[in-house]
Write a protein that binds this ligand. Structure first.
Ligand code: ADP
Ligand code: MG
Length: 629
């Protein structure tokens, strides 16, 4: 790596702006530099939310003695030569501005040793000026110590939030960096306490376990989707991981964390029919797109990426998530819905234990990738060594002490065993299972291989009927109806007549052929037929009593198809028509219901997002009866 000055033309094309706004901005730049330097282990040590002190230590390639001053110059970078490289850039940095910006507003001490050099160096910058540089002994890698942030810009210091808030911002950022860099072991210490420790095993699910807990990690569905030019990987949550917020919807585009509300909306809408109202799925999704479809150069801190042709990207994204869901086995175990709480972030336990490192030479097979396949002497150079300098040999020792603290965090335990999200077994075929019978006249009890299933007959029937009615609507047809031998007359309120007249066409599409008669009557000539059964006129009564303005609005806009309001009506019709709980079913009827269910893309939840199926494994029964320990 050679650090060079960018030429003026390139400089002018790079998005300019204030990069260092608060402590987290410093941490972001320093940690991204460490990652770009090939570090496999990064320690971040902050005090008072970074306001007092921030240290970022890495085992990356280090900076050569004579290159240190250059690295702190504006527009000096080893990562970009010309603006054309931006399309293919793989490093997180490329602007060559961060170190100069940080050193301009703080005191910075860099201790580093480049891979190609025998000795390291220790250099102090104050307000952007190099104050001292000397040779020192240092193991390979780099340590950046930043303190007195904004000491020379008091106005900016006043704008900082409380320590806790600044710390949270830093933790949040590091969690995202840890997710996108599973091969890097991140160790974060705040006020001497270890707050985050990822193993750096290269296994993405290990990071998820560390951040969210093993339980959440075991309830995730791996994504492997490719539809040129997009590739998706990562994990989405099973139905038991729904949240009331969108904080756990995290997206990366070509390895960079991005904030993009359209992606969140697309994720939510891909789960339509799987979730209840106001629920948001869990998802950590890595999106790969060709560089030409992106502009990474629109924001100085690079947190925003512009997606060119965004609507196509959203469409493909949604399709990818939808397909992943469609192929997953989303059966929820009995009791599984209980842990559906809001954010369940892992808090490091207070146990003493060192982070686990892999012995040298043993590369950890990337478990996620495997699944995908079926799915880190003190020679004085500067003459001025005044006593008042803020760094000296003593400072180095103090820093060694910190290193000790870092190596013995004393407050974190890495779990040896982490459960990894598995590729789910193929969907069970309920039609091939033995029907044990009907339970409480409400649930169908099935025996599968070493497991039993309970199916809510009403929810199942409702899901099936909804699909059937939607299919009819989707192809522009009307729901089949059957003429009545004796037409039924319904009494209606005269003030509703005009609305009803405007809605007759919709009723017709829904299978009700009717006409207004006189001042206060509606004659029903035919009723819809579901599953070969003519339906009662009750449904129509219900529709009429419903908020007619909704149906009317749909009619006025001329939107017959794909209207969510029509869809709501369809769901309502299906709900009313479906067998109820408490209704006795024959074996044949139960079998018919199971067959219908198997034809659905989503046999797991009813249109309202409530569960249809739950499972009890034989193994759980054995545990319950103490047959196993
Ligand atoms: P950029 O990251 O955009 O290149 P920076 O100002 O962040 O610009 O860094 C300037 C240069 O200093 C980098 O290009 C890199 O060569 C070097 N550098 C910075 N931090 C590190 C580090 N932790 N390890 C090795 N080299 C580093
Ligand atoms: Mg940088």
């Amino acid at each position: 790596m050679k650090i060079k000055m960018l030429n003026m033309d390139t400089i002018n094309k790079i998005a300019a702006g204030e990069v260092i706004i608060r402590p987290v901005s410093v941490i972001k730049e320093l940690v991204e530099n460490a990652i770009d330097a090939g570090a496999t282990r990064i320690t971040v040590d902050i005090e008072a939310g970074g306001k007092n002190k921030m240290i970022v230590r890495d085992n990356g390639c280090g900076i050569a003695y004579h290159e240190v001053p250059l690295a702190f110059k504006r527009h000096a970078t080893s990562k970009l030569t010309s603006i054309d490289d931006l399309e293919t850039i793989e490093s997180l940095g490329f602007r060559g501005e961060a170190l100069s910006s940080v050193s301009a507003v703080a005191r910075v001490q860099v201790t580093t040793c480049n891979d190609s050099e025998e000795v390291g160096s220790i250099t102090l910058f104050e307000g952007g000026t190099l104050v001292d540089q000397r040779v020192c002994s240092y193991s390979h890698g780099t340590e950046m110590k930043v303190w007195d942030l904004f000491y020379n810009t008091p106005a900016r210091r006043k704008h900082l939030e409380k320590d806790k808030k600044e710390e949270d911002l830093i933790r949040d950022l590091l969690e995202k960096l840890a997710l996108s860099n599973p091969k890097v072991a991140f160790h974060v210490i705040s006020n001497g306490r270890s707050v985050l420790n990822t193993p750096g095993s290269g296994n993405f699910s290990d990071v998820i376990s560390t951040l969210y807990g093993e339980k959440v990690a075991s309830q995730l569905i791996p994504i492997q989707f490719e539809n040129s030019p997009m590739k998706l990987t990562g994990f989405i949550g099973e139905l038991t991981t729904m949240r009331s917020h969108r904080e756990d919807q995290i997206f990366f585009i070509n390895g960079r964390y991005v904030k993009n509300s359209h992606l969140s909306q697309a994720l939510d809408s891909a789960y339509e029919g799987y979730t209840m109202k106001h629920q948001h799925p869990f998802g950590i999704v890595f999106i790969e797109l060709p560089g030409r479809m992106l502009d990474v150069n629109i924001h100085p801190a690079k947190t925003e990426i512009k997606i060119l042709n965004e609507s196509l990207v959203m469409l493909l994204f949604k399709q990818g998530i939808r397909e992943t869901l469609r192929d997953a086995n989303l059966v929820v175990d009995i009791g599984g819905w209980e842990n559906q709480k809001s954010k369940v972030k892992n808090v490091p336990s207070e146990h003493n234990n060192e982070p686990k490192e892999l012995p040298k030479g043993i590369s950890n097979p990337d478990r996620f990738d495997l699944e995908k396949n079926q799915t880190l002497n003190n020679l004085k150079v500067n003459k001025d060594n005044s006593e008042g300098q803020n760094f000296s040999q003593t400072t180095l020792f103090e820093e060694k002490g910190l290193e000790k603290i870092a190596e013995n965090p004393g407050a974190f335990r890495i779990k040896d065993k982490v459960s990894s999200p598995q590729i789910k077994a193929a969907r069970p075929d309920f039609t091939k299972m033995k029907i044990i019978g009907q339970l409480f006249n409400t649930y169908i009890l099935l025996e599968g291989l070493k497991e039993i299933y309970l199916i809510d007959q009403h929810a199942a029937h409702e899901a099936f009927l909804t699909r059937e009615l939607e299919d009819v609507f989707d192809c522009g047809a009307v729901i089949p109806s059957q003429g009545l031998m004796a037409p039924i007359t319904l009494k209606i309120r005269p003030k509703d007549i005009e609305k009803i007249l405007n809605t007759l066409e919709t009723y017709k599409k829904l299978g009700y052929d009717c006409d207004v008669f006189g001042e206060d009557s509606l004659i029903i000539r035919s009723v819809p037929v579901f599953l070969g059964e003519p339906q009662s006129s009750d449904l129509l009564k219900n529709l009429i009593n419903e908020d007619l303005s909704e149906i009317e609005a749909v009619h006025q806009e001329g939107q017959w198809l794909y209207s969510s309001k029509i869809k709501d009506k369809i769901i309502l019709m299906a709900c009313k028509a479906a067998v109820k709980g408490g209704q006795t079913l024959t074996n044949q009827e139960m079998h018919g219901l199971l067959e219908g269910l198997m034809r659905l893309d989503n046999p797991f939840t009813c249109p309202h997002g409530r569960p249809i199926i739950t499972r009890l494994r034989e193994y759980e029964l054995m545990k319950l009866f103490k047959r196993v320990v």
